[in-house]
Design a protein around this ligand. Structure first.
Ligand SMILES: [Zn+2]
Length: 138
């Protein structure tokens, strides 16, 4: 009698384990459209964001970023962003590039996000570079 109960318990647990294995996982591929793991997904729009910037005439935000001995982050990021834009356009002409700023003037964070979202950016590259006061650090 006791063995029969134990046998039923074991069979019940085995049925639960098998059921869990069969029915608890998705049988449909999670790789639908828009998923980077999907082989049909491709980047169509890249947002290139040059970090920081000067205060616009008439006010606004001033975000110089890191300062080196002969340059400021805001200028370096803009130069890198423009070179990156040129290179992507040359190497991948099918991809649309949208810059969050092309002038020296800073763009508020919300505006940068709005630019990315309104252009349906697939990839957002925000460029920053820091400096260190100690030149011996490598
Ligand atoms: Zn920065």
């Amino acid at each position: 009698m006791k063995n029969k109960t134990l046998k039923r318990l074991i069979c019940g647990l085995a049925a639960c384990v098998v059921s869990l294995a069969l029915f608890s996982f998705k049988t449909v591929s999670p790789n639908g459209p828009g998923n980077p793991a999907d082989s049909s997904f491709r980047i169509k729009t890249i947002i290139v964001d040059a970090g920081h910037g000067d205060r616009a005439p008439g006010g606004g935000r001033f975000s110089p970023g890191a300062g080196g001995s002969y340059s400021f982050e805001r200028n370096v990021t803009l130069a890198i962003a423009k070179k990156l834009q040129e290179q992507i356009e040359k190497e991948m002409p099918d991809i649309k590039i949208v810059m969050t700023r092309t002038t020296n003037y800073d763009v508020p964070f919300k505006t940068r996000a709005d630019i990315a979202n309104s252009n349906h950016g697939d990839l957002f590259i925000s460029i920053h570079c820091n400096s260190l006061p100690n030149r011996s650090i490598r």
